[in-house]
Design a protein around this ligand. Structure first.
Ligand SMILES: NC(=O)c1ccc[n+]([C@@H]2O[C@H](COP(=O)([O-])OP(=O)(O)OC[C@H]3O[C@@H](n4cnc5c(N)ncnc54)[C@H](O)[C@@H]3O)[C@@H](O)[C@H]2O)c1
Length: 246
């Protein structure tokens, strides 16, 4: 479904981002794996196979300069800009509001929300100037940004921000043939959720109508749909992938 396309995936080193890279590659895309963690990026590239078609590149989504550099490196490698961008890089620094430190609030906003600005602005500008049409940008929000979650005021605020950001960017970029959509995952089994204590996981399971946690592959399938022309008339959409939890 993605042959001939060049995709960039932030947070591609692990978890959801890694599965998106692997499925995009299987669907025929060339993939730039962009992550802070270079060891993780190398592992993703190894799992993808066909290393000549793909590229690992350092990226700190919290820094606009770093993302501009990422964009230049990708252009140098492939001689073109990506027509698909998935922004999966994200962090948690959980804690109850009354105990949350200011750095933990700021870090989460800087990576998850400001990072969304840095990545969307840089790559939408590249798509527009190279007259790439169609272009597809996929942001990753969270159920926490839709319904809230105790212990995650910082994370929920950042992800609710990603949803509002996506809706507004879609309204601005539609006329250039650039679609901007969002996936809001529920609880997905990745290194990010591995740290949740077992008794809390059991409580969560009872609340999920489908009776199971999601897998990174469940998100990757939806990302392929949003990246491909099968969703050509969709922009500004928030797709919930959460087993019925919300
Ligand atoms: N796992 C879940 O249940 C879940 C649920 C809802 C939303 N999400 C969101 O999905 C996305 C992926 O989550 P995951 O579970 O795969 O997490 P993960 O921790 O397994 O992977 C996140 C990746 O992002 C990278 N990263 C972190 N900070 C970065 C930065 N500043 N610049 C570039 N890369 C950076 C990490 O190195 C890592 O490879 C995140 O945005 C997360 O908030 C996850």
């Amino acid at each position: 479904m993605l042959s001939g396309r060049l995709a960039l995936v932030t947070g591609g080193g692990r978890g959801i981002g890694r599965e998106v890279c692997k499925l995009f590659a299987r669907e025929g895309a060339r993939v730039a794996v962009a992550d802070l963690d270079q060891d993780a990026t190398r592992e993703t590239l190894k799992e993808m196979g066909g290393e000549d078609n793909h590229f690992g590149v350092e990226a700190d989504v919290a820094s606009l300069d770093s993302i501009k550099n990422t964009s230049s490196e990708v252009f140098k490698k492939f001689g073109e800009h990506p027509s698909i961008v998935v922004n999966s890089a994200g962090i948690t620094r959980d804690g109850y509001l009354l105990k949350m430190s200011e750095p933990n609030f700021d870090q989460v906003i800087n990576v998850n929300l400001k990072g969304t600005f840095n990545v969307n602005q840089t790559f939408a500008a590249a798509m527009k100037s190279a007259k790439i049409n169609p272009g597809s940008i996929i942001n990753v929000a969270s159920i926490s940004g839709q319904v809230g979650n105790a212990g995650q005021t910082n994370y929920s605020a950042s992800k609710a921000g990603v949803i509002g950001f996506t809706r507004s960017a879609a309204k601005e970029l539609g006329k250039f043939g650039i679609r901007v959509n969002c996936i809001a995952p529920g609880f997905i089994q990745t290194p990010m959720t591995d740290t949740i204590p077992d008794h809390i996981k059991q409580m969560l399971l009872f609340q999920i109508p489908m009776g199971d946690f999601g897998k990174p592959e469940d998100i990757a399938e939806v990302a392929v749909f949003l990246a491909s022309d099968r969703s050509r008339y969709m922009t500004g959409s928030i797709l919930s992938v959460n087993g019925g939890l919300y």
